[in-house]
Design a binder for this molecule. Structure first.
Ligand SMILES: [Zn+2]
Length: 435
């Protein structure tokens, strides 16, 4: 077992021995019992606790932690916390639709994102104080989060069992806003906004959602209260919390937040902000994703599944050799797309261009592509042509960036070839040489 795998067991022993023995010593003992005496992990743990005068029963004490103590590798975890936010989400798990809940827990030491993977068995809502037992923690983009799975239990506590969290708001540039943050101070201009009526646990609610930007970047926001917001306004927000989905951070605020509409002449217009703020791929990776990001990068690969493809009419998946992975032999519908790898020197991501953008790059439409493939009796001619047109080309690509276990993915809404200014490059080179 490596150090990481041993860590939770060392922690169990530490807790049972009330931290009387150093972690290093426990680790040494544990390795010895395992490697030399070859006894099971459970027996080894009990033996070590006994050896140092502890009660092996205490190994089963609830590992209750404060939020700022959660490291993200706990296999069993109890916390007492307040629900700062909770939302439901439809996801697909093994091809089946499923409702999960996600949100933010807070206690007096901080906040942490959580996901409740089982349908709510107890009636919990925002503002409730809860005791969660037998949850587990993992990390996502280097940030710990709590998972409440089928083995866990949730109980409701009295409000005063968790002291309030009090801290000055954190002043933040929009590009630095990350999942799990809370109590922010953010100034930005509203680029777009729409009003929706959403169904919540407590009935219908007006939701004002849109995109907010400063000179560093853009972020989606959801205002759960009517602050009389309108596009072009510059707002100063104090409060709020951040939750992300598939890596795209979203800033939420409600009547508990302060929103001030300010007269700011310095922040550029919405049009200018819309088109500014490029991000490096390494920054996107740290952040987990972004809405309407602009990336300057080079295409280094065009993957199979690019060019002329066929999709299953049932589920839209790409059909391979006439068969859908789920629906078997189907009469696929033709489509065009690019699935490429973009690299900007700081990192790489997968870029998807849908039909319209792919047609623009090719200079002809889907019908013509089908004709070409038919004439040459080869579906790959379109992919070959895309490789020729795109590989090693510097592009400015724009679109939403999401992330999952396979990494970052940008679905392009716009692609421009970046002309390299030869004179400018030469001048830069000369400058460098003459220094
Ligand atoms: Zn299918």
């Amino acid at each position: 077992m490596n150090e990481k795998e041993l860590a939770p067991h060392i922690e169990d022993i530490n807790r049972a021995l009330k931290e009387k023995v150093s972690s290093e010593q426990i680790e040494e003992e544990l390795q010895k019992f395992r490697d030399e005496y070859r006894i099971s992990l459970g027996d080894a743990k009990r033996a070590i606790v006994k050896k140092f005068g502890g009660d092996p029963q205490d190994l089963f004490l609830n590992p209750e932690k404060k939020i700022n103590e959660i490291r993200g590798d706990e296999r069993s975890l109890d916390i007492k916390a307040r629900i700062i936010a909770i939302q439901d989400k439809e996801i697909e798990l093994d091809g089946q639709p499923k409702t999960i809940f996600y949100g933010i827990f807070g206690d007096d030491t901080g906040t942490i994102p959580f996901t409740l993977w089982e349908s709510k068995s107890v009636d919990i809502e925002k503002g409730d104080t809860v005791h969660v037992k037998n949850a587990y923690a993992n990390t996502w983009n280097d940030q710990p989060q709590v998972n409440i799975g089928s083995m866990a239990g949730i109980g409701i506590l009295d409000d005063d069992e968790v002291p309030p969290f009090e801290r000055d708001p954190q002043v933040c540039d929009i590009k630095d806003i990350r999942e799990g943050m809370r109590n922010l101070m953010v100034t930005g201009r509203i680029l777009t906004m729409e009003k929706k009526v959403v169904q919540t646990d407590s009935g219908e609610k007006d939701l004002f959602s849109g995109v907010l930007a400063d000179e560093s970047g853009k972020i989606q926001f959801s205002a759960w209260h009517d602050f009389q917001l309108e596009p072009e306004q510059v707002i100063k927000l104090v409060g709020g919390y951040v939750r992300s989905w598939r890596g795209i951070p979203q800033l939420n605020f409600d009547e508990n937040s302060e929103v001030e509409i300010i007269d700011d002449q310095e922040l550029p217009s919405a049009d200018t902000l819309q088109d500014s703020s490029t991000m490096t791929i390494s920054h996107l990776a740290r952040r987990g994703g972004a809405v309407d990001a602009i990336v300057d990068a080079v295409v280094i690969d065009i993957k199979t599944g690019s060019g002329l493809i066929f999709r299953c009419p049932e589920c839209n998946r790409v059909v391979q050799k006439g068969a859908c992975r789920i629906h078997g032999k189907v009469d696929g519908e033709a489509d065009l797309r690019v699935k490429g790898i973009l690299d900007d020197g700081t990192g790489a991501l997968t870029m998807i261009m849908t039909r319209e953008l792919t047609e623009n790059i090719l200079g002809y439409d889907l019908d013509k592509a089908k004709e070409l493939a038919r004439d040459r009796m080869d579906q790959d001619v379109i992919k070959d042509e895309l490789e020729e047109l795109l590989i090693a080309q510097p592009l400015r690509v724009r679109g939403n960036v999401t992330s999952d276990e396979y990494g970052l993915m940008l679905v392009a809404s716009d692609v421009k070839f970046k002309k390299i200014d030869v004179e400018e490059e030469a001048r830069k080179l000369l400058d460098e040489v003459s220094v």
